[in-house]
Design a protein around this ligand. Structure first.
Ligand code: HEC
Length: 166
């Protein structure tokens, strides 16, 4: 192999984010596009996803290294719905391909304070960029704490929401 061919091979390998077994049983790869990944990073920040899905993001005024972005948070949101935690989004997408993510994001519904209606409304290209960014982050890490029903006290720090007005 010539030197420039070898370089090209290394470059294409670097852009392959992850592998999936698709519907037909073949392994397919997600090929990451640099501009899409960068746009996804911008969206994660500007659309507020980090605020609840990245550890310590709000409290540190956004000073969390990108390596930890969207890896889930142990800060609870307690209200009449129980206690929820900003999920580990890397883990959530790690078993999906890009189209599955787009379909899921356009239809999912979750408990507060997840603004799922905003995610449902996100343009397909933006969802695709966000997916590529999440996959580019690498090791998905551990899940966030599990949801607790209203009568259970969390053993993590949490914010308490009052019941909404009748
Ligand atoms: C105000 C806090 C908040 C913001 C902002 C927020 N989320 Fe969430 N999100 C949550 C919480 C809390 C949950 C868990 C809800 C539950 O347990 O039902 C959640 C759940 C999710 C889930 C479902 C994960 C699963 O494991 O089922 C996805 C996907 C998601 N959020 C994506 C996003 C994206 C993308 C953004 C940015 C556009 C975002 N969220 C912004 C708080 C937030």
């Amino acid at each position: 192999m010539k030197r420039h061919q070898f370089k090209q091979l290394l470059f294409s390998l670097a852009l392959v984010g992850s592998f999936f077994v698709n519907d037909t049983g073949w392994v397919s790869a997600t090929v990451l596009d640099k501009d899409m990944v960068e746009r996804g990073r911008y969206i994660a920040k500007i659309a507020g996803c980090n605020d609840c899905h990245t550890p310590n993001y709000l409290h540190s005024e956004g000073n969390v290294p990108i390596q930890q972005w969207l890896s889930g948070d142990t800060f609870g949101w307690r209200g009449p719905w129980g206690t929820t935690y900003g999920s580990n989004l890397r883990l959530f997408v790690s078993g999906m391909n890009e189209s599955e993510w787009v379909r899921t994001a356009k239809t999912l519904k979750r408990l507060p304070p997840m603004p799922w209606f905003n995610l449902n409304a996100m343009a397909e290209q933006d969802l695709r960029a966000l997916y590529q960014f999440m996959i580019s982050l690498g090791d998905p890490g551990k899940p966030a704490p599990v949801y607790l029903p209203p009568n259970e006290d969390p053993d993590t720090p949490y914010a308490l929401f009052p019941s909404p007005p009748e």
